[in-house]
Design a binder for this molecule. Structure first.
Ligand code: ZN
Length: 461
């Protein structure tokens, strides 16, 4: 493998300041810069397009944003950090007392230097993210402030990049996917974007047995749109990688694919062992990144993610301190080498030639059986009143099963074959809790209860 340290450094510095979101010119500019590395095709899905349970939103643009104190001095300025404005904020221009403004300010008392990252893609509001230090320094209870967010939400498109590398005669296809929607943060996920482009460059120089589908799309909505528009192709994919959080100083790890015994997990572990790297093994979990969509019932693609400071686990996650001091080109180069090593093993082993599609019929199917009516990708939970809160702020709590976890596991496993008892055994969630939430999802018409296994669906009630 070539030494990419200088390239990594150069692209990190150029891409870091760009204001990215799930739509907008920042994403187009990012993809255009990546075209200097690989011949990426840049495409768009139009606002308003229905993609499974979701709709492509309007495009968001922000020109300027600031907060001025009563003396007219700018105390918070979007020009200093893209993270200052809550992503997808609607326009606002008004004078406001701190008592009211407080409801629109986000800061982290436990990380006083950090500006948090927050988004409001599907709920029309506005907000500013500031460091707690700035909050203490600039904001006084009896003062009136002037706030401006000069933003626009209008019909446009959601941009994504695609690069297909044709392999030899073998029909196997491997997915490499990463997300481009995060503004100025290093490990999540600029490091992953740069790594993916260089990995694709390296692969395109090689003689390969298998084909590779490289996707740069906004997380969640972008990948849902991609899956919906490429359903037939996606169903043929054998395995893949979701490239995220690979550039931090922490210990290496990997998140297993949804089927623990799948060959991709074994091959990944062999690559760690071959390189004498001690690693953390994260079992598959329904939270995380775009593996949520790829492993949904309609696709069931086994994807893994190699991590170096995994999402949720490092203190700077989703803050301005996840910057280019935290992420280093050397770390990204190491992760790139590991991904290549896994791919070399896949290519050599020819394991995809004999791969059979996953099957869940081995489950007992006795007892209560439900079926998810939305098997392709995840449903838009907020639309069904199942998720509240601002994007960027929700963190799963280790070892604590919350209702959201149960909802996600039920939607993941309820395929009309696995019973609630099977799901309880598999996830460790008590049967009573599964039953309680399943009934709630049935009321919301997300699940139907099968009267007999897989034959009659109880759609009427
Ligand atoms: Zn993130």
């Amino acid at each position: 493998m070539a030494d990419y340290i200088e390239d990594i450094d150069k692209f990190l510095k150029r891409l870091f300041p760009i204001n990215r979101s799930i739509t907008g010119d920042g994403n187009r500019e990012t993809l255009r810069i990546l075209q200097e590395i690989i011949p990426l095709e840049i495409k768009e899905y139009p606002s308003g397009q229905k993609v499974y349970d979701w709709t492509i939103p309007r495009e968001w643009r922000v020109k300027d944003a600031w907060i001025k104190n009563s003396k007219g001095q700018k105390v918070i300025d979007f020009k200093d950090s893209n993270l200052h404005v809550v992503g997808y904020s609607v326009p606002v221009s008004r004078k406001i007392k701190l008592s009211e403004l407080k409801g629109y300010l986000h800061y982290l008392e436990n990380l006083p230097e950090a500006i948090p990252y927050r988004t409001t893609y599907y709920y029309e509001t506005w907000g500013f993210c500031i460091s707690y230090n700035d909050y203490i320094k600039y904001f006084n209870d009896d003062e009136t402030y002037e706030v401006l967010i000069d933003s626009q939400l209008k019909d446009g498109g959601l941009s994504y990049g695609e690069f297909l590398i044709e392999g030899g005669k073998n029909s196997g296809e491997i997915l490499i996917s990463t997300y481009i929607c995060h503004p100025s943060m290093g490990n999540d996920n600029l490091a992953g974007v740069v790594l993916t482009a260089l990995l694709a460059k390296e692969l395109s120089k090689r003689k390969l047995n298998y084909s590779y589908r490289i996707v740069f799309a906004p997380e969640t909505i972008g990948v849902i749109a991609y899956c919906c528009n490429n359903e037939t192709e996606m169903k043929k994919i054998n395995t893949g990688f979701v490239v995220t959080t690979i550039g931090g100083p922490g210990k290496f790890g990997y998140k297993q694919s949804w089927q623990r015994d799948h060959f991709i997990n074994k091959v990944t572990e062999e690559a760690f062992i071959k390189n004498n790297i001690d690693y953390i093994k994260y079992p598959f979990d329904i939270h995380g990144s775009d593996e949520r969509q790829y492993s949904s019932q309609g696709f069931r693609i086994n994807t893994i993610s190699i991590t170096k400071d995994k999402s949720y686990e490092y203190p700077y996650y989703h803050t301005s301190l996840d910057n280019l001091d935290f992420v280093k080109p050397e770390y990204i180069q190491e992760s790139l080498h590991l991904y290549l090593c896994v791919i070399e093993k896949l290519e050599k082993s020819r394991i995809l030639d004999v791969h059979v599609q996953p099957d869940s019929t081995r489950f007992s199917s006795q007892g209560e059986v439900y079926k998810n009516l939305y098997p392709f990708c995840e449903v838009m939970l907020s639309k069904h009143g199942l998720l509240s809160g601002m994007g960027g702020s929700q963190l799963p709590v280790n070892g604590v099963i919350e209702e959201l976890d149960i909802i996600l596991w039920l939607l993941f496993y309820c395929d009309g074959k696995m019973s609630l008892s099977d799901i309880s055994l598999k996830t460790g969630i008590p049967l009573d809790s599964l039953r309680y939430v399943a009934l709630k999802l049935k009321d919301k018409r997300l699940l139907v209860k099968n009267v007999k296994k897989g034959i009659h669906c109880d759609v009427s009630s």
